[in-house]
Design a protein around this ligand. Structure first.
Ligand code: ADP
Ligand code: MG
Length: 327
């Protein structure tokens, strides 16, 4: 069992940041409104993620660590209209096969918290009572301790941490309503506060993208039938200094998509900003049945059934925002 999981881990777990991604997505899927992330040594020694989500019932703890155990898909239609972030039921099994993983959790209707730890070749799961509020903590120690070839591929502590930092920026923007704290070697590095009002959202935007981005940002908010576009686009002057800030989400998932990029570029070009620079944080909402998401973990591609319509909607929406910014 362990070998099969290690092979699967090759797909999911490339470096500490990929572990953090899977675990934070699980926390979000569990409805957490607060996630605390503690990293030691760039994640090669410790990755600890605590959330206040719904928790995992004691009798499901061992199952959560086994392969293809997911609680998130119940029918084929779910697969097509998938909204939750993870659904293949592979992440925890894969991660625990290449680290020392402890899962501690408590649900609201349980009196006690429980800890699960997978050990040995057959990954037999041990359960122990623990102290923990409602929610879940995943602790991943010594990543790749038993796969030295992969451990060797880890970069410096600083580089690995910067991958984690960048990943959490992406996530922090996708879920403005969730508090996210990040510590490295015991020191608080990022505090992203949950935000509801426009003022709070802009404060959060500044925390992630810097106040310079915010100072040049034009708010976007429009709707057309099932399509919604919101977020911020940087004025042409601002974009020149900020062109590393390019975040785009489709139904909450980060995407790097040709069609969307083209629409954004065209909006800048036709707004008297015939320049190669663009900077934006944009959220596109579309009926999940109107898009195909390539669900491979490493890809960020999406196919809209009504591509032309989506393209023009984005382009025109951004044009008018940029136009207003010029006035
Ligand atoms: P997937 O997310 O694809 O279902 P995972 O291996 O990532 O698979 O997780 C397995 C299962 O463990 C999930 O389906 C979920 O039921 C449970 N789980 C994992 N992390 C959490 C968490 N932080 N809070 C609540 N449940 C969790
Ligand atoms: Mg998952």
């Amino acid at each position: 069992a362990r070998l099969a999981n290690q092979i699967a881990a090759g797909e999911v777990v490339e470096r500490p940041a990929s572990v953090v991604k899977e675990l934070v997505e699980n926390s979000l899927d569990a409805g957490a409104t607060r996630i605390d992330i503690d990293i030691d040594k760039g994640g090669s020694r410790t990755i600890r993620i605590r959330d206040n989500g719904k928790g995992i019932p004691k009798e499901e703890l061992s199952l959560a660590l086994s392969r293809h155990a997911t609680s998130k898909i119940t029918s084929l239609d779910d697969l097509e209209a998938i909204m939750s972030l993870g659904f293949r039921g592979e992440a925890l099994a894969s991660i625990s096969s290449v680290s020392r993983l402890t899962l501690t959790s408590k649900t609201a209707d349980q009196e006690e918290a429980w800890s699960a730890y997978a050990e040995g070749r057959d990954m037999e799961v041990q359960l122990k009572p623990a102290a923990h509020p409602v929610g879940t903590t995943l602790e991943v120690l010594d990543l790749f301790f038993n796969t030295p070839a992969r451990r060797k591929f880890l970069r410096t502590e600083k580089t690995e941490f910067s991958h984690i930092d960048e990943l959490l920026k992406r996530i922090a923007l996708s879920r403005l309503d969730v508090t996210i704290n990040l510590r490295h070697n015991g020191k608080m590095i990022r505090q992203y506060r949950a935000s509801q009002t426009q003022v709070q959202k802009e404060r959060r935007l500044a925390a992630v993208c810097g106040s310079n981005f915010l100072n040049h940002a034009l708010a976007v908010e429009l709707e057309h039938g099932d399509l919604k576009l919101s977020g911020w686009i940087c004025s042409p002057q601002g974009a020149r200094a900020q062109n590393d800030i390019q975040y785009c989400y489709v139904n909450g998932r980060m995407m790097k998509d040709k069609l969307i990029n083209h629409a954004i570029r065209q909006a800048y070009e036709t707004s008297l900003a015939a320049d190669q620079y663009a900077a934006y944080v944009l959220f596109i909402e579309v009926d999940p049945h109107q898009v195909d998401v390539n669900v491979h973990p490493a890809k960020h591609e999406v196919r809209f059934h009504q591509a032309r319509l989506v393209h023009d909607f984005i382009c025109q929406g951004l044009q008018s925002a940029l136009q207003q910014g010029l006035e």
